[in-house]
Write a protein that binds this ligand. Structure first.
Ligand code: KG4
Ligand code: ZN
Length: 362
């Protein structure tokens, strides 16, 4: 039996969780405490790094105590402490990593520094026991990537965004239209009432040979459409949101279809190929439905973890810690490990112009 305490503070969620793996290899999320800072940042239309770091300092101790209590565990029951060490906002990462170091030092338990993206990437193994290799579509506020997951610590990036992340595009569109932060859910809600055919927004990169994503041109098209008909009625806003969502869904579907075809060509012997999705944007119903349809057509299983495990949480960090321990990669992290605002999953992939510019969210 393995028991790991996970800590996540890379962006605007403070989170702590206890995850176990029993001797039969069955995992269990024993607790999953998350405190969102959305309220603190709402007035600024985005995450303010200093506010985030202070909020983590105030909340983290209490959340760790709550996570242990919910799990009916004490620090003595924990085999290791796993904390997000990057990528993300440095102030927040420092708070989580230093807290984890203090606990590790005081208890003599190992510290595992986890890449936040690895947490997202391995979540479908916690929820659905997916076997390697599989394809991951990571769509969040800071990342838009298609990654081949070959094993623990073994990733190959197949596509990334050359400018904005998809969640960022949702957030910027919402801001432009005067909808509340976070933008994704606001845009999705408005899109329900809108007519996607009223505006013909470009579906960026659609049909392009290069596998990457690009969303900044779409952002410009949205801005131009909005200013050409301002002042906007509620119906105008709904129509723009519907057209925006249709355009990004089509762009995503085009890129993902190519990746599925590449996976099938590279791994023809895999009988049950799987696409998994993670990141906050994976909560979007229209996007989920489109991905589901693509997978059905291509003979892939489609796995989207439950919403609470798609967006940022500490269960995925604890789980990545367990996976690393199990793979023998768990005790390499000494007390001198430092947080990293940038930390690509695939160390061999070429940096792409504009990619990770913000580097803040994952
Ligand atoms: O993974 P996540 O919780 O945090 C990080 O980015 O690390 O993702 C947050 C992002 C935000 O940009 C938010 O607007 C977007 O996910 N998002 C959505 C939806 N829910 C959250 N985007 C589109 N549709 C949604 N329903
Ligand atoms: Zn994330």
């Amino acid at each position: 039996m393995l028991t790991v305490l996970g800590i996540e503070t890379s962006c605007d969620e403070t989170a702590a969780s206890v995850v176990t793996l029993d001797d039969g290899g069955t995992p269990a999320i024993r607790s999953n405490a998350v405190l969102s800072q959305i309220e603190e940042h709402a007035a600024f239309g985005g995450v303010v790094p200093e506010i985030a770091a202070r909020a983590h300092v105030e909340a983290l101790d209490g959340l760790i105590a709550a996570a242990l209590a919910d799990a009916g565990a004490s620090l003595a029951d924990v085999d290791a402490i796993a904390a997000t060490a990057g990528p993300g906002l440095l102030g927040g990462l420092l708070v989580g990593l230093m807290t984890a170091k203090a606990i590790a030092h005081a208890t003599g338990k190992p510290l595992i520094a986890v890449n936040h993206l690895e947490g997202h990437a391995l979540t479908p193994r916690l929820t659905d026991g997916v076997g390697f290799p599989y394809l991951l579509l990571l769509v969040s506020g800071g990342h838009t990537q298609i990654v081949l997951v070959r094993g623990v610590g073994d990733y190959q990036r197949w596509a990334t965004t050359i400018d904005d992340a998809l969640g960022e595009a949702f957030d910027k569109t919402a801001k432009l239209l005067g909808l509340p932060h976070p933008g994704g859910p606001s845009v999705e809600r408005a899109a329900h009432r809108g007519d996607p055919r009223r505006f013909a927004f470009p579906s960026p990169m659609k049909g392009a040979e290069r596998p990457d994503f690009s969303f900044s041109g779409l952002k410009t098209a949205v801005r131009q459409a909005a200013s050409s008909i301002a002042p906007l009625s509620e119906g105008d806003v709904a129509d723009i949101c519907a057209a925006f969502q249709a355009a990004v869904t089509a762009a995503l579907a085009d890129r993902v279809a190519r990746a599925l075809a590449r996976f099938s060509a590279e791994f023809p012997y895999i009988e049950a190929p799987t696409l998994v999705t993670a990141g906050g944007v994976a909560a979007n119903r229209a996007i989920r439905d489109a991905l589901q349809g693509l997978c059905r057509d291509a003979g892939f299983a489609f796995i989207a973890p439950p919403l609470a495990l798609c967006s940022d949480n500490a269960a995925m960090i604890a789980w990545a810690g367990i996976e690393r321990l199990r793979a023998g990669l768990g005790d390499g992290d000494g007390m001198d490990i430092a947080p990293r605002s940038r930390w690509p999953l695939d160390g061999t992939s070429e940096p792409v112009v504009g990619f990770g510019r913000r580097g803040a969210k994952a």
